[in-house]
Design a protein. Structure first.
Ligand code: NDP
Length: 434
């Protein structure tokens, strides 16, 4: 009888072997393991290299299983685009810095901050060279840092203009948080400065890179359930401490509209791929609420588009969090839950089939939208393409927000010039596999 058959079933685990050998029994010889050198290698398992990129064929039955778009492999660190992040606040620390870990083409190489303490903590944790840590006063020295290709501005809104102009002067590409600026005049100067310096300017409209929003836009564009007729968009939250910069007009430029209402405006425009030709708005703040002495609490507005699509939008700083968008067509009502949130998007499509009401929830693979955004900017730098959301897209939103405020102040509807083509202010459409 062989030693293996007499041993208990745990004998092949390391602990089992030790216990048995300590009891004086024979340690069995392991069966010879297969070695990589002498096993057969099938082309389907190995793949191939085309244009320097590894391609792996599908392993599912392509006749019956859904097509899988191969995703791009991550670039090695030395080939990645280097980013400097300006401002170590909540968005930077909670979302953007972690997103570099999920990015395939971007790397964090420099920090800009007014806090020596935060800069040390974040810089040490992420191996940022001491000479690549800048105060706001030292920012212009970034021009001499060849590791920095892109400056990502994550400061209070009123500081976006200054740092975009300084980054352009340093010949660095710019990724700028939304809202792009606090006026269309500033936004226009930012576009001009980046064009003159021949650097790219992208506005960080993450929802245009997020997968569920993109899927909904595709359903609208292909008219799968009929043409888009009506859109409802709400982005609201209950704001806290009145001391925060978001409630100071000089730093924020406005209240709920430029901060969170902008998602309704920008995402509805991206969904329709049209520009509004009429806007009617109303604004409101609760009297004597210390949060709303300088900026507005709530704005509701209606937008009419050339195709006849109507959009009703609402933003509020004094109610419980709500972030939904509903696209209505003759054949379906498509509800995107958490449409403007960092995560948790769910697309529910309600329609009637064979006389029965049905509701489908689309299965869309969630991906980190900040990483998608970083990779898009990096890709634009590497390939020379124009970002999907360039400065012109942000400028158009500034002009529309000014129209919304004017309509609310004058209690009238504002007529706007029609655009001559879809996606009038956007760069090329995104590739499906990004
Ligand atoms: P925070 O208030 O959390 O952080 C802002 C940081 O800016 C501060 O911590 C500080 O960093 C720096 N700063 C420099 N000057 C000032 C000043 N005078 N007052 C206050 N802060 C100053 O803001 P957020 O990170 O939430 O927002 C930053 C930008 O990102 C805004 O434009 C906002 O609209 C946008 N945003 C976008 C989101 C998105 O989903 N795309 C979500 C949230 C915000 P330091 O101490 O390092 O100098």
């Amino acid at each position: 009888m062989s030693a293996i058959t007499t041993l208990p079933s745990f004998a092949l685990s390391r602990r089992g072997l030790l216990r048995v050998s300590a009891a004086g029994l024979t340690i069995p010889a392991f069966p010879r393991l297969l070695s990589a050198a002498d096993t057969p290698r099938e082309p389907i398992d190995i793949g191939s290299v085309e244009d320097g990129k590894v391609a792996m064929p599908a392993i599912s039955n392509v006749a019956t299983e859904p097509a899988q778009t191969p995703s791009e492999p991550p670039l090695s660190r030395d080939k990645r685009v280097g980013f400097a992040v300006v401002g170590l606040g909540r968005l930077t620390l909670e979302e953007i810095v972690p997103a570099f870990g999920e990015s395939k083409k971007a790397k964090l190489v420099a920090l800009v901050s007014g806090s020596a303490e935060k800069m040390k903590a974040v810089g040490d944790a992420h191996d940022i060279k001491p000479e690549a840590r800048y105060t706001y006063d030292q920012f212009d020295r970034i021009a001499a840092n060849p590791d920095v290709h892109v400056v990502y501005i994550v400061l209070p809104n009123a500081l976006h203009h200054e740092f975009t102009l300084r980054a352009a002067a340093a010949k660095k590409h710019v990724l700028c948080e939304k809202p792009m600026a606090v006026s269309s005049l500033e936004a226009h100067e930012m576009v001009t400065a980046c064009a003159t310096a021949n650097v790219k300017l992208m506005i960080a409209y993450r929802c245009q890179y997020e997968k569920a929003n993109r899927h909904l836009a595709e359903l609208a564009a292909t008219e799968k359930h009929g043409p888009l007729k009506l859109v409802e968009a709400v982005n609201a939250q209950n704001q806290g401490d009145p001391a925060q910069w978001r409630l100071k007009k000089a730093l924020a430029g406005g209240g709920s509209l430029p901060d969170i209402g902008l998602y309704c405006l920008n995402t509805v425009r991206a969904l329709t791929r049209e520009e509004p030709i009429e806007i009617e708005a109303r604004a409101w703040s609760t009297p004597n609420d210390p949060r709303f002495t300088e900026v507005e609490e709530a704005v509701t507005w209606l937008m009419r588009f050339p195709s006849g699509v109507q959009a009703t939008c609402a933003t509020h700083y004094g109610v419980h969090k709500a972030q939904t968008m509903i696209a209505h067509t003759p054949g379906a009502s498509m509800l995107l839950e958490n449409a403007f949130a960092y995560r948790g998007q769910r697309l529910k499509i309600s329609r009637t089939e064979n006389g029965k009401d049905i509701e489908e929830t689309s299965q869309i693979r969630a991906m980190n939208q900040f990483a998608l955004e970083l990779d898009h900017m990096a890709d634009c730098v590497l390939t020379g393409r124009t970002p999907r959301t360039p400065g012109e897209e942000g400028l158009q939103d500034q002009l529309l927000m000014e129209a919304i405020y004017r309509s609310a102040a004058e209690e009238t509807s504002i007529a706007l010039p029609p655009s001559d083509r879809p996606d009038a202010f956007r760069g090329p459409q995104l590739d499906a596999n990004t």
